[in-house]
Design a protein around this ligand. Structure first.
Ligand code: AHM
Ligand code: MG
Length: 335
């Protein structure tokens, strides 16, 4: 029998009985994210033509300045979310300061933090890209909003997920009741449920990391990578290396098939590269909801104290047993 066809909106109304603020608000928020995904998928499909239509940073045939795709992506997020009526503040990797839409919270009680175009160096080579989003609620609706209100712990997220622009466009999200994936059917412009209640294997056979940084890593991290390459039947080693340069795409691979992604701390840069609030936290929640684990190497990502909007954090994320094993090397409990 053919599988039931469910759109994003239908799925939410049938399957998400509880959401702080009501199912209508959740439908509204995810519809806005879905709309952003449709706009971006449309733009990214034509990304390879930018050189013909006008090089980035120069003027195109119409004499208009051509914007970089990460700027276009950021503007798309801001424009769509601004008019939704559900959101009082926005923060992005591309903006130093947040946008406070309504100081008194009258415009809605949600705040969205996002990375509008993750893996942006993939743009020029027609490789996968993503967008990551984290939504929290305004806890002090009676007080004027400030940047500080957006800087919150991962456990306080109410919706988190990502858009993946690969061969297909996908929207994957969690509200703390499992992880669900939807694939955009471009012919009808709808996201259809394609991956219900995703669960990841406890152990994978794949690792993703920029191993060019090997010499910059502390000894424990190096030892873990050495270990992954040693032949051992019981643990399925050696693992295969798969690194796309797009965190969303790599984490998506692990979510579906298991494995581990690492952007660890470095000797001269212990905080790593990735951002806590709009990269690590949302992906950590998604992965935990699918049965996986996300850690700095010493601490659960969702428990990291948020101090700054653009704070960086080491990220070790993926199948639970793989992340546990990486932690034991990083912490020096295994050599
Ligand atoms: P970005 O949001 O500026 O694109 O940076 C994040 C990206 C991740 O998608 C990816 O895993 C990593 O940075 C790649 O970094 P590197 O080129 O150092 O391997
Ligand atoms: Mg990014």
């Amino acid at each position: 029998m053919a599988q039931q066809i469910l759109t994003l909106e239908q799925f939410i109304s049938l399957n998400q009985p509880t959401f702080p603020g009501g199912v209508g608000a959740l439908t509204g928020l995810l519809s806005q994210i879905g709309l952003i995904g449709k706009f971006l998928a449309h733009d990214l499909r034509r990304a390879g033509l930018l050189d013909i239509l006008g090089t980035t940073g120069e003027t195109n045939v119409q004499g208009e300045a051509v914007k970089k795709l990460d700027e276009i992506a950021n503007e798309t997020f801001v424009r769509v979310l601004q008019q939704s009526g559900l959101i009082c503040a926005l923060a992005s990797e591309e903006m130093e300061k947040p946008i406070i839409l309504s100081r008194d919270g009258a415009q809605g009680s949600y705040m969205v933090l996002f990375d509008p175009l993750d893996g942006s160096s993939n743009t020029d080579v027609n490789m996968p890209l993503g967008s990551i989003f984290s939504i929290v609620r305004n806890q002090r609706p009676d007080q004027p909003l400030s940047e500080r209100d957006l800087v919150r712990k991962g456990t306080e997220q109410v919706v988190a997920g990502y858009l993946l622009f690969g061969a297909s466009t996908m929207l994957v999200y969690t509200v703390g009741q499992g992880v669900h994936g939807f694939t955009l059917e471009p012919g009808i412009g709808e996201y259809l449920l394609s991956h219900k209640a995703i669960t990841m294997p406890a152990r994978g056979k794949v690792y993703a990391a920029n191993e060019g940084n090997y010499q910059k890593w502390p000894g424990g991290t190096q030892k873990y990578f050495d270990y992954l390459k040693v032949k051992d039947k019981a643990t399925g080693r050696p693992y295969s290396g798969r690194y796309s340069g797009c965190l969303v795409a790599d984490v998506h691979r692990m979510l579906l098939g298991g494995g581990i992604y690492l952007y660890p701390g470095e000797l001269d840069k212990p905080e790593g590269k990735l951002r806590l609030l709009y990269e690590a936290n949302p992906l950590a929640w998604v992965v935990e909801q699918a049965g996986g684990r996300a850690s700095t190497g010493t601490l659960r990502i969702l428990d990291v104290e948020a101090k700054q909007l653009h704070q960086r954090v080491p990220l070790i994320i993926g199948s639970a047993d793989d992340v546990l094993e990486a932690e034991s090397f990083i912490q020096g409990r295994r050599m």
